[in-house]
Design a protein around this ligand. Structure first.
Ligand code: MV4
Length: 446
């Protein structure tokens, strides 16, 4: 049993982890940068240690500073949250080397999924469907041209093996575009990831992004906890997530759930994690990547299966067995990300002071947020103010509750994504479940 957990993160997820620790009788240590000294995660934790200057590289990404904070407070485990060091295998290794449990998978598991070609090869061996494409790294422009023409077929997409989350991808519609795309993809990969390895896939047009939540324990048991639909994204930033997916059928859930369990079992996965799939209009699904962390959107799953995923993650890290049963959604849940961004101005970040705050409440409403009236959103990190989650027996009702809750939400002093979400909740295509990852490209604010 952990006595004390250090949370190597900030904002709403730090608060989220503190809440579950408190329920489990585990003491908590917050770490914070000088920009976050007035943040709620600092006030809610049992102890707090300042780990450096505002820049992430001086604080939330600074491994020596975080390890020092863990040692002086005598923490026996570290929860990395999401982002920052959550998928840093070296950090997980260093925690282990210092006798501090990293609450997440082992460094080997992080590495197995961090390199996308390695991950894909592992999935092929495990019998999980992947998108057809090059057999590993592309060796030359000539090979790329030949493959696209004679094997894969246009359109194709070039991706960085060290990438993920959409960075450094290039879609190629015809041969005349290949040279440019090949060179820019390689250069971008080198600049962003210090690894210029790229590979090719058939480009799936207008796919849905549907991911399966999984959990595995150290005894080899893996289960799935159903899906989330994350197709409502803008420039690879998710804005709305929901569960169940309006595109899902019982048969597809069965098949994708089985594939997700195979995927996680292939690396003996321990902890909670997510298998991301692309799903085409014929309901063919393909493994895209695995996230070896808790995700921002985990709350919609928690609401539809009535299950605390952070508690499960902590129990698995403490060596407990999981039941091994799979979970089906019993409810409908939607999450809107409330960001300090101006939806009327290309979603430009809008940091600053929240002068007035009224948070929605009532039946079926959950708000996970670290802000309060007078809080200043610093410019150094992401612009999330919080997550508004609604839950109901039908999707229509969850949307109606969301519209009502959004209408109640008052945040003055900064621009927010609330006006965008209000308009989305009234959009006919959204309401009918008729959308894919291209939906927001043509969405216009009124
Ligand atoms: C694709 C694709 C179409 N075909 N791969 C974007 C994030 C990164 N993980 C992979 N991504 C995509 N890969 C093939 N072969 C389309 C996307 C994609 C996308 C995927 C999920 C959610 C939103 C997206 C938006 C644009 C492109």
């Amino acid at each position: 049993m952990f006595k004390k957990v250090l949370i190597a993160n900030r904002g709403e997820i730090a608060l989220r982890v503190i809440r579950t620790c408190r329920e489990m009788g585990i003491k908590t240590v917050a770490v914070y940068s000088t920009a976050d000294k007035d943040s709620l995660h600092v006030k809610f934790a049992d102890e707090a240690v300042c780990i450096g200057k505002p820049q992430s590289s001086d604080s939330y990404l600074n491994i020596p500073h975080i390890m020092a904070a863990a040692e002086i407070t005598n923490a026996d485990a570290i929860h990395p949250g999401y982002g920052f060091l959550a998928e840093n295998a070296r950090f997980a290794q260093i925690c282990g080397d210092h006798g501090i449990k990293f609450i997440g998978p082992t460094p080997d598991m992080i590495n197995a999924m961090g390199d996308k070609i390695t991950a894909k090869e592992t999935m092929i061996k495990a019998g999980v469907p992947v998108i057809p494409g090059s057999d590993g790294l592309l060796q030359s422009l000539e090979q790329a041209i030949d493959l696209a023409k004679n094997q894969v077929g246009y359109p194709v997409i070039l991706k960085a093996t060290a990438g993920g989350g959409g960075k450094g991808m290039r879609v190629v519609w015809e041969e005349s575009e290949m040279e440019r795309a090949y060179n820019t993809a390689k250069a971008e990969a080198a600049a962003s990831f210090k690894n210029d390895g790229i590979y090719m896939e058939k480009f799936v047009e207008e796919p849905r992004h549907i991911e399966i939540q999984v959990a595995g324990d150290r005894y080899g048991t893996v289960c799935h906890l159903s899906e989330r639909d994350c197709s409502i994204q803008r420039r690879h930033q998710k804005l709305v997530e929901e569960s169940p997916s309006p595109f899902m059928t019982p048969e597809l859930r069965q098949k994708m759930g089985e594939a997700a369990i195979k995927a996680a079992s292939a690396i003996n996965y321990e902890s909670v994690g997510t298998i991301e799939f692309l799903v085409d209009k014929h309901r063919n699904f393909y493994f895209m990547e695995m996230n070896t962390r808790i995700q921002v959107e985990h709350c919609v799953t928690e609401e539809v299966i009535n299950f605390d995923l952070i508690k499960e993650q902590l129990k698995i890290a403490m060596g407990e067995k999981i039941s091994g049963r799979n979970y089906e959604p019993q409810m409908y849940a939607i999450e809107c990300r409330i960001n300090a961004e101006d939806p009327y101005n290309d979603f430009r970040p809008s940091p600053g002071r929240i002068n007035t705050l009224h948070t929605p409440g009532g039946h079926g409403v959950r708000v996970d947020s670290h802000v309060y009236a007078g809080y200043v959103i610093p410019p150094y990190y992401d612009s999330m103010i919080g997550k508004l989650i609604t839950v109901a027996r039908t999707r229509d009702e969850a949307i109606d509750t969301m519209y009502r809750a959004l209408s109640e939400y008052v945040i003055e002093g900064v621009k927010t994504t609330i006006p965008f979400h209000l308009q989305l909740m009234q959009n006919e295509d959204f309401r009918s479940g008729n959308f894919n990852t291209k939906f927001l490209e043509s969405f216009k604010m009124k």
